[in-house]
Write a protein that binds this ligand. Structure first.
Ligand code: AHR
Length: 311
């Protein structure tokens, strides 16, 4: 008994003493805000001192924050990288300072030795699920699709586009006729959807694929203002499964969404605590689940439940 008590004590003390820097992208979407909330809660629960830096969507601010965390001598760094490229130098600096870096929700184009692990969903898979859902929904019917892409150069925008194209491949009746970035925001989702409706004519658009729910919610507004019925005249599939998407599906204004958990910090901090306490190396990729929700689910109940969780 004594031996096990002694064995546990130093690990528990270490976790409580940890200082971790978190470079967050910003607050472009409901999902992002939820991830920030959950990360702060997870750190508090574990007695971790979390130093939070909001980069306001700018990579240069993230690089500055990471350099400042290194200068402060934090124990580890969490970073949700706004774009996929341009990280090598600052990740080298963290490595030289022996500070482990964990990527949250997005991947980077850098050597894997430069970070400890990445906690993300399979972003290509999410796009593929969205494409396959539309294929099954449309059958043989012709369908002209418009696509709202996420932030240009970000891994979810690149991978969700690729996955969707794979999902609809071989179904020549489905065609992406317009594709443009809406930067993962509600406001841009609406503006870009308005331009799609104007350019194509609303009645010529059969479906919208949005790389996140916030852009879909903005687009729903644009579709309504154009006198069309979202979810009926234009089918809508997106990604995240934030409460407002469940609400829109419950109200028949959206058709499907693929869930992305905002709790990336739980698995990330588990991995970091184990690594810092005993040197246990995690897998390079800790994959979170992706689940499809459609009108067949009880979306009102899910909305209520997620709202209670503080989304
Ligand atoms: O990286 C994850 C994506 O970033 C989410 O799908 C989106 O809502 C967010 O802003």
């Amino acid at each position: 008994l004594l031996a096990s008590t002694l064995a546990i004590a130093p690990i528990a003390a270490m976790a409580a003493d940890l200082t971790i820097g978190f470079s967050q992208i910003g607050s472009e979407s409901g999902w992002r805000a939820a991830e920030t909330t959950v990360t702060k809660q997870e750190a508090e629960k574990r007695g971790i001192d979390l130093k939070f830096a909001d980069a306001q969507q700018k990579q240069e601010n993230q690089i500055k924050a990471i350099r400042s965390f290194i200068a402060q001598g934090v124990d580890a760094i969490l970073v949700a990288p706004v774009v996929a490229t341009g990280w090598d130098e600052v990740l080298e600096e963290a490595k030289d300072a022996d500070i482990p870096v964990v990527l949250l929700d997005r991947t980077v184009d850098a050597d894997k030795s430069l970070y400890l692990t990445a906690v993300t969903s399979d972003l290509v898979h999410e796009g593929r699920v969205a494409g396959e859902w539309l294929v099954s929904e449309m059958g043989d019917q012709d369908c002209r699709i418009v696509e709202l892409q996420g932030t240009t150069g970000s891994s979810p925008a690149i991978d969700r586009k690729k996955g969707f194209e794979e999902g609809i491949a071989g179904h020549d009746n489905l065609q992406i006729v317009r594709s443009q970035t809406g930067d993962f925001t509600r406001a841009q989702g609406k503006v870009v959807m308005e331009s799609f409706l104007k350019a194509e004519g609303g009645e010529n658009i059969c479906a919208l694929y949005a790389h996140n729910d916030d852009m879909a919610v903005g687009a729903i507004q644009a579709i309504k203002e154009a006198g069309l019925k979202p979810g009926e005249d234009i089918k809508i599939v997106a990604i995240d499964a934030v409460p407002d998407a469940h609400k829109a599906i419950a109200e028949g204004e959206m058709n499907a969404t693929i869930e992305l958990t905002p709790n990336m910090a739980g698995p990330a901090l588990d991995a970091l605590e184990a690594y810092l306490a005993s040197g246990t190396e995690p897998e390079k990729w800790i994959q979170t689940e992706s689940k499809l929700f459609t009108s067949e689910d009880d979306n009102q109940a899910i909305y209520d439940m997620k709202k209670d969780l503080g989304y």
